[in-house]
Design a protein around this ligand. Structure first.
Ligand code: ZN
Length: 134
């Protein structure tokens, strides 16, 4: 897994499961993500660690007090495919939902990792080559 994929998946899972933006966590920093990748830590493992350290609560499932429902590899795989389908619906032009333009990195599989240029938004999403030129 490369850095862009790692960040994109963390970003999607943080929003879906915890309602947190990637930039509001230390995973917004490339150096932190690179360290996790160097130790072969997968996004769901990294986020479980984050939830533990910061007592983050799931928004997609009901956790009883003191109980922690950990993210799994299945959640991570779902994030990979869901992240793509969400973007396909919204990426007919490469503007963020806030109206600002995005900048993007092209990943090895030709998908594009977009980041909103609006400093107070910074939304990240994945787009395919075809949707980008549609
Ligand atoms: Zn935006």
């Amino acid at each position: 897994m490369n850095l862009e994929n790692f960040k994109a998946i963390c970003s999607y899972m943080l929003q879906k499961h915890y309602g947190i933006q990637l930039v509001d966590t230390h995973y917004g920093k490339d150096s932190v993500c690179q360290r996790e990748l160097a130790y072969d830590i997968r996004p769901h493992e990294a986020l479980n660690e984050y939830a533990e350290d910061f007592a983050a609560l799931r928004i997609d499932v009901q956790e009883r007090p003191g109980q922690r429902i950990a993210l799994t590899i299945a959640d991570e795989q779902a994030a990979m495919s869901e992240a793509l389908s969400v973007v396909e619906a919204t990426s007919s032009c490469m503007y963020c939902s806030c109206g600002s333009k995005t900048r993007y990195l092209v990943m090895k599989d030709r998908r594009q990792h977009h980041t909103c240029m609006n400093r107070s938004c910074r939304r990240e999403f994945i787009a395919t080559d075809e949707t980008a030129h549609a």
